[in-house]
Design a protein around this ligand. Sequence first.
Ligand code: HEM
Length: 509
Amino acid sequence: YIWPSPQLDALESLRFPAEFSFIPSFLEPCGTFSSPAGDGDEEISGRSNAADWIRTAYHDMATHNVVDGTGGMDASIRFAEEQARPENAGNGFSNTLSVLTQVSSHNVSVADLLALGLVLAIEKCGGPQIAFRGGRIDAEEPNIPGVPEPQQDLDSHIASFARQGFTKEEMIGLVACGHTFGGVQHDPFPDIVPELNDPHNVESVAHFDSTSTNFDNNIATKYINGTTLNPLVVGTNATTNSDQRIFGSDGNVTMLSFAKSHQHFASTCADLFARMIDTVPSGVQLTEVITPLPVKPELQPLTIDGDILQFAGSIRFWNLTENPDRVVQIIWDDHVGGVHNLTLLPSQERTPSNFMTWYDFGPTEDVEFLSLDATAGITNMQFTLDDKLEDQGGVGFAVQDALVFSTTSCRTSTSPPAAKFDVAVRRGVNVTRMYTEDEVKDATGHGFLVERYSFSPVEPGAATNTPYTFWTANLTQNATSYVTAEIDGAKISVGPIAAFLALPSCPEL
Ligand code: HEM
């Protein structure tokens, strides 16, 4: 995709997280279990976030009906009514949601995060790469029930997966791919698993295989060679041995192929998981597969200070081979035909990691931003790495300077928080309305924007030759907000607004 795109940029950053990012920190190491209830020691619970996240994605998807297009990955599992159903026994769903909804926003749905949770759990824990798209839409109400349960017979499982859009062979695959993680807990399934009285497994989880926090084909090899301890295969209660009935339903052909080749198992799972998370209600349009941008600007909002536009940020490069002599340059165009360039410096703040390297703006280490002439402004950027041009296939990296923050914004009160917030509009740009939009979440973690404060134009006074005119608003609530302006029917948003406390206090009148 072409940068900038608020939604795709947000998805890309979550999909290809830097080291120590929020989501991966819950998978490091893969046996990590973070119980929000704080019940018991994480190390010895017998459970893992990875397993909870994978199961949650499946249970969200499993309500899909291919015939009428209802249900699927739409985060309807976040409703208490769905979690209370017998088909959704256990607290794995609320655990998963309490972590992943922390990074939901108006750009990234909870449903996208449930899909991404599965993708990152599989990839970070020994599994194959999975194609990830965004654009799922959070359901507004629970779906009708439809998740398979272990006591149901084989025919109803085949029918259930057919309703979800999967053949019998694909059902075998999907169950085996999912059940390479985790196991069955005593608490929600006392008839399948007894109390284990194991101080190293205090939640009494009978694991599907001996490597329950890692992706591998043990689920198949142990099943085929008859040494499996999978409680849904060799459980004492035959009625709930659903994996046994499912795995054997094609005469073990599929499971044998998985046991023979880890590679075949991994690539089959990658395909099936991708199809599973792309199973969405009809009408939902998913994005393209998110791939890492080779060059990704991470810009601060442009800020005007008198005649100067402060331009700051970093450029993230993907998969650069190490080369201390490399020269990275930014080239930018302005509104009056000027072309400028500057050498960027390797970031002082971020060490290269996970294929990522950052270069920062700023002519010297103690200058944090580039000073642009406000009249000339900026329209477009390109970058060069030694002799290689990076210009997104010729379109460049567009920068909007129609709407910019202002250094005249200031804090009028710390407690309660209040600020005079100024936004400058480039002369010639016809703004019809300007307001803030707060990033908020409902009680289920679904994120959206709410319009809050209106801006009004500041009387221009005598200065009609200045490149920008000003709009101002009095904000009285600290929140993550964007400034949005309607310009000739289109909308431009800038932000987010820095916390009030970071603004300088207003000069006494
Ligand atoms: C007929 C189909 C299925 C049945 C009857 C079934 C049944 C179960 C049961 C009873 C548990 C124990 C849950 C707990 O104690 O918390 C479980 C766990 C799990 N299932 Fe399934 N499952 C099925 C299909 C799938 C599929 C298709 C996936 C993923 C693609 C999946 C992924 C998981 C995972 C990862 C766990 C471990 C959860 C944890 O340890 O926290 N299951 N399954």
